[in-house]
Design a protein around this ligand. Sequence first.
Ligand code: PEP
Ligand code: MG
Length: 876
Amino acid sequence: MTEKYVYNFNEGDKDMRSLLGGKGANLAEMTNMGINVPYGFTVTTEACARFYKEDKKIWEDLKKEITNHIKDLEEHNGKTFGSTEDPLLVSVRSGAPISMPGMMDTILNLGLNDDAVIGLSKKTNNERFAYDSYRRFIQMFADVAMGINKNNFEKVLSAKKDEKGVTEDTELDANDLKDVVEKYKKVYKDIEGEDFPQEPREQLDKAITAVFASWNNERAILYRRLNDIDDSMGTAVNVQSMVFGNMGETSGTGVAFSRNPATGENKLFGEYLMNAQGEDVVAGVRTPKEIATLKDSLPEVFNQFHDTAEKLEQHYKDMQDMEFTIQEGQLFLLQTRNGKRTAHAAVKVAVDMVHEGLLNEKEAVLRIDPKDLDGLLHPTLSQKSIKENEPVAKGLAASPGAAVGYIAFTAKEAKKRAAKGIDVILVREETSPEDLEGMVSAVGILTARGGMTSHAAVVARGMGKCCVSGAHEIYVNEDERFVRIDGKKYSDQDVLSIDGSTGNIYVGALETENPKLEGTFGEFMSWVDKYRDMKVRTNADTPHDAKQALEFGAEGIGLCRTEHMFFKADRIFQVRKMILAHNFETRKEALDKILPMQEDDFYQIYSLMGERPVTVRLLDPPLHEFLPRGQEEIRTLAEDLNMEISEVKKRILDLEEVNPMLGFRGLRLGVRYPEISKMQARAIIQAAMHCHEDGINVVPEIMIPLSSDVKELAYVKAQVKEEIEKVFEEKGKKIDYLLGTMIEIPRAAITADQIGEITDFFSFGTNDLTQMTFGLSRDDAGKFLDLYLDKDIFAKDPFQVLDQKGVGFLVETAVERGKKANPNLHLGICGEHGGEPTTVKYLYNVGLDYVSCSPFRVPIAKLAAAQEAIEHPRNK
Ligand code: PEP
Ligand code: MG
C-alpha cells in the first residue's frame, strides 16, 4: 500500500495534530462539526520529514497525490485551476503541530495567472478586484516562495500612486492595477531570471516547497529553541479554497478570541477590517476595528460569529483564537486554536471555566503551564507611582505587567545592551518576526503601530512580557534613533516606564511593586495546594526575601545562605578581620562581634517564618571573596590588626586560588577554622531559643555544605554539636534541632549510605552537583554553552534543567543509599533546578519531600508539583 501523505479536511480530526499540524487538525474538526470552513486538504508533517530526506524536493508520488486532491477540490467547488471562466484559487499556509505565530508564511490567491485573472474578473464581475488579487499574489508568492524582498514591489506600487497623484491603494483603478501586475512580473523576471510561473500546479509545488523549507528558517529555529519545541516535528501544509474578504463593503477579515486574551474577561475580543484580505489584520498595517462594532454593521454575521465562538469553546473546553473571513455577507472560519493568553488571562479563564462547569478543579490545575505563571509574578507599577506621575502617551494594553528601561531602537541593540545587564525597552514603529531576539532580551516592548493582535502583542503575550502596542501618539524614527513623545525627543539614553495593563507610557523610571497572591490567582493556587503532596520551600537569605516568598506561599526555607549576611556593610570589616587574623584570639574577637549580628539575622527570619522549617547553611564560599581590593581598605585593616600592609597583602595573595570552586570552601573552612562553624551554630541555636521564649517553637535545621566524605562531615558535625551542647548547658535547657548536609559533590552522592548514617537530612545542591558531574565550571560555562545548544549537543542548559541521566542518576543513588542507611532521612533540593517545572516533576517521582527555589518561582514549583501529583501520583 502506498503511504498517504495528503488528507482532505473531512478525513481528519482534532486529535491528529502531530500528523496534520494544529491548523490542519482543527480545520478538519470544524469541517466535521458543520462549521462553515472553505474546503481543502492538508499535506502532512510526515511529508515534511520525507521532503528533507528527498533533498528538499517534492517527489513524484506526492505530486500525484496532490493532483488527486486538487481534483476533489475542483469538484467540490465547481471551479478549475487556471480557468478563464471560474478559476479555483487557494491559500497555502503552514501549520505545525504546535502553533508558531509569525514564524511561517502564507500565500493567498494561488492559482491566478494571466488567464485565471480574466476568469476571476468575469466571475466576480469585478475587474479591479481580480487584478488587485493578482498583484497581491505575485508579491506574496515572490516574497514567501522565492525570497524576493517585498520592497521591490512596494516601490512599484508607490510609484504608480505618485503617478496618479493618490495616496491609498484603493484609489487605483483596474487599469492601474493591470499595469502594476505587468511591472510586478517584470520585477520577478529581472530578479529570478525566469518568467513568473503561469502554471497553477507549478505555483502550488513551489509554495509547498517553500512552506516545508521555512520550517528551518532562522526565525523558526529560534522560536522553537525559546519554546522547547522539537525540531524534528516538521510542519504540515494546508491548501484551502480561497474566500475573499476584499470583495467590497460587505466583505472583511478578522481575528478574534472567544475571551479577552489579556485579561481573561468572558467577552468576544478581536478586530477586523472590512474590504481587506488575509494578513492585513495581523500585520498591523491598517488599524482594525473592534469586533463589537461588527454588531452594528453586519448584525447577522456578528451573531453567527458569536454563536460559532461559543460552540467552539464548548467543544474544545478552552478559549479559542479564530480567524475568519466574511465574503459578501457570508461568514467563513479559517482557523481555530486554543488561544495564547497572558498568565493573568490563563488563570482567570481556567477559574471561570470551573465556575461555569466547563472544567473541574484538577483540569483547571492541569490547564496552566507552570512556566507561564512567571508572567503573573512580574512587578507592576506601584499605585503610588501611578498617582504621582502623568503618562506622556497611551497605547493599547497589549500584555500586562510593567517595564522600566532604557530605549533601544533595534533588536540587535536591545540584545547587546541586555547582555551587559542593562534593562531596555524595545521601541519600534512596529515589530516583525526579525525582532524576536530583541523582544526576548528587552524587559518590555513599545510599538507605535499595530493592534491587539499585531505581531508584537501576540508574541509578547506568549512570552509573558509587558507590551504596549499601537501607541499612535508617539513617532519612532529608527534611522535617526529617536522617539518623539508629546512633542519631545528621546534617545537611547532616556528611560521609559510602560504599563502593559493600561497602555500608559511614562518618561523616567517609575517605582514598581510585586504582585500579591489574591483574588482569582489565590483561588487557583488553593486548588494547586489541595492536590499537591510535595512541599515547596524557598531559598531566602534575608527577611525581605522570606516575606516575599511567604506571600507567594512558601512553606519554609530550604536554603539560607549565610555568606550574604557576611557581606553587609556594617559587618564586612569584622569578617575581614576574622579571615586575616593570624592567631586564634584575634579571630575569636572578631567572631564574637559577628555573633550577635548573625543571631539577630536568624531571629528575624525565624520570627517571620513562624514554625515553618528553616534550613540555615553554614558558610560556604572561598574566603578570599570577602577580602578587600582597595589600598585604603587594606591600610585600615592592617592598622587595626597591627600588621604590616605588605603582610596583609601577602595573606590576601595566599588565599587566592586558581580554582576556587574546587577549593577552600564549604565544610573545608570548618575543618580549618572550627570556630567559624561554632559561632554560626551558636547563633542559630540561640536565635531559635529566643523564638521559643516568644512562643514560636522553631526546630532549626543546620546544614553543612560541600561534604565529600563521611569523616570530614563527622569532624565538622562534632564541632557543631559540641558548641550546641555548650549553649544548652549555659541556658540550662535544650531544644530539638536537625543536622544535615548538602549533597553537591558526586562522591557524597555515591557514599550516601555512610553520610546518611550521621545526618537527619540531605539537600541536593544541584548547582555544584551539575558543575562537578559535568566538570563544567558554573561560572564560566556560559561562555560556550550556547555553542553546545546551537549544535544540539545539549538539548537544554544543564544548569537550568536538571540532567536526569547523569546528575539525576547521582540524586537517585543518594536517595536510595541514604534512605537505606537512615529511613527517616528527610530529602530536598535547593539548587536552581528546584524551581524548574520539568525538574520538579522528576524529583517528585524520585521521592523528595520538598523542593526549594527562589521566592518568585514558588508558585511555579507548586503548580508543577500539583500537576505531577494529579497525573502520576506517587506512593506516599
Ligand atoms: C548548589 O550548589 O546547588 C547550592 C544550592 O549551593 P550554592 O549555589 O550556594 O553553591
Ligand atoms: Mg553549592
